[in-house]
Design a protein around this ligand. Sequence first.
Ligand SMILES: [Zn+2]
Length: 110
Amino acid sequence: MDNKLKIREVCGDYALDIPFADGSVNTIYFNSKRNAENVKRIIEIDGSKPNHATVCEMEEIRHGKWEFEKDICGCAWFTCTNCHKYIIMAKHRLYPYCPYCGAKMEVENG
Ligand SMILES: [Zn+2]
């Protein structure tokens, strides 16, 4: 996919079309070409990474989730969505952090 953003001139304003991962496009209008180009540059730099949790990545906080795989002798086998290593544990004792990659785990209620 073409990741480059284009600035269009619209009736003396400058329009920047920002495509989102879900297919929608958000257009921001600027009254100066310089402002439009500054924002374009910022978005293109961010766009080199996956389009989520940019702030968290800058702080080097990894997030993951325990994905339930299967039951083994009454214990649950979970896989870390961040590093894909597995761990066997009781469900009510899910670690808040992945012991392998250190990702902070999202905890679901229940
Ligand atoms: Zn992990």
